[in-house]
Design a protein around this ligand. Structure first.
Ligand SMILES: Nc1ncnc2c1ncn2[C@@H]1O[C@H](COP(=O)(O)OP(=O)(O)O)[C@@H](O)[C@H]1O
Ligand SMILES: [Mg+2]
Length: 394
């Protein structure tokens, strides 16, 4: 008799198991379906153009709805949101300027919609307004993230970044909204690490009500620009304080690093060489430089020289990093390099890069060098696409 009961019990158990397997399969199928839907939505978003909304002084920060992309760059902090037919971005200069506290100044600043906060007997004027003040005092603004990565002894920078982020976004409409923010790769030189930088920003965004996820800046470029290549290739962000490089294989950041030489380096080196203020050099660089044209004066000549120098240093580093790792996947076909960031913008930068590349033998074959569609907004767009694929609610 005992044998019969055993059999019965066993049958019941098997049935239970079967139905729980079926449930698990059903769940998996619906998870897969949801993931596919998210991927399709993200891919669709990567085809959309970016529309830059100018941030007017005094306009309130956005109350975000849906996933958010946040580019925490050394020059700008940019937020991206997915709209029906386009990607909307809003940016704020990641800089500040301090003046001594006075009651009079306070009312004038407030009346003129200047963004500021008080700390240690100083007014911290932040974001776009800081540039006007620096110009007025004939000096430069200060960067909140000096070398691209926040460190524990830069409390001032952390406070400024928090204030700037809060000037572009408020807490989300839905608590726990997914937000992807960009982080640099670990720097090649020195012992710095992005761990502290990443944790501080993550903690702060969490207290604002977001579910924050970090994404490497070079990876964000791949997410934004290489959907047709199955997210395989090298994304290079050439910004103000640093360049960020990522080799992605099928959307996995295989190799990432940062390189502390970029637009600011060009400005200061050219400035030193020709005896001019770096700010003046920056303006000429942004407005007049064409790397395909023969240089006419000594400032433009120096700009050519230091662009060439930056690109060669960058390629040296790429060769060094790629040759000294055993992480490189077997990629069956040549992969593209995408250049992005403000420093990649002058006419001829892509060509100069492609020409210099011919002198290097990298362990990965390169198919082409391309320039991102909208170099100043690519990173924020890529972070948004990542946020859309990670979002909990489709
Ligand atoms: N049109 C342009 N031509 C050349 N350089 C530019 C141009 N626009 C911006 N830049 C430079 O790009 C750098 C900022 O790039 P960006 O991608 O905004 O930096 P980050 O990611 O560090 O915030 C600065 O050095 C700036 O001078
Ligand atoms: Mg950037």
């Amino acid at each position: 008799m005992a044998g019969k009961d055993d059999m019965k019990e066993r049958m019941v158990e098997l049935k239970k198991q079967e139905s729980s397997d079926a449930d698990a399969q059903k769940r998996k199928r619906s998870d897969d379906k949801r993931d596919e839907k998210l991927m399709a939505k993200a891919e669709e978003a990567s085809q959309k153009p970016v529309v830059d909304t100018e941030k007017e002084a005094g306009s309130p920060a956005i109350r975000t709805e849906g996933p958010v992309g946040l580019d925490v760059g050394t020059s700008h902090i940019i937020v991206a949101q997915n709209e029906k037919n386009y990607i909307n971005t809003v940016k704020q200069l990641n800089a500040f300027f301090t003046i001594p506290i006075s009651k009079f100044a306070k009312s004038i600043l407030a009346k003129n919609d200047v963004l500021f906060f008080e700390q240690d007997n100083l007014f911290y004027i932040i974001g776009n307004s800081s540039e006007d003040f620096a110009n007025m005092f004939n000096t430069d603004t200060k960067r909140s993230i000096k070398k691209g990565i926040l460190s524990a002894d830069e409390q001032e920078g952390i406070t400024v970044i928090q204030a700037i982020v809060q000037s572009v976004i408020r807490k989300p409409k839905q608590f726990g909204e997914t937000l992807c923010f960009t982080i640099p790769g670990d720097p090649l030189e020195g012992t710095g690490s992005v761990v502290y930088h990443e944790s501080i920003i993550k903690r702060f965004l969490g207290t604002m009500g977001y579910f924050p996820i970090s994404i490497n800046e070079g990876m964000a470029i791949v997410m934004s620009e290489l959907s047709d290549d199955d997210y395989t290739g090298i994304g290079i962000s050439m910004g103000g304080g640093m360049c960020n490089i990522c080799l992605s294989y099928l959307s996995f950041p295989v190799i990432t690093y940062s390189f502390q030489m970029a637009g600011d380096y060009i400005d200061s080196m050219v400035g030193i060489s020709v005896g001019e203020h770096a700010t003046k050099i920056r303006t000429i660089k942004e407005e007049e430089l064409d790397l395909l044209k023969e240089p006419k004066d000594r400032i433009i000549t120096a700009l050519h020289i230091f662009y060439d120098n930056l690109i060669k240093n960058l390629l040296d580093s790429l060769q060094r990093v790629l040759s000294s790792t055993d992480k490189i996947p077997m990629i069956s076909k040549p992969v593209p390099i995408v250049l992005s960031g403000g420093t990649a913008m002058p006419n001829g930068c892509k060509e100069m890069f492609a020409k210099a590349l011919k002198n290097y033998k990298l362990p990965v074959e390169i198919s082409s060098v391309i320039l991102a569609e909208d170099p100043l907004n690519t990173t924020a767009k890529g972070a948004l696409i990542m946020a859309m694929t990670e979002a909990q609610q489709g």
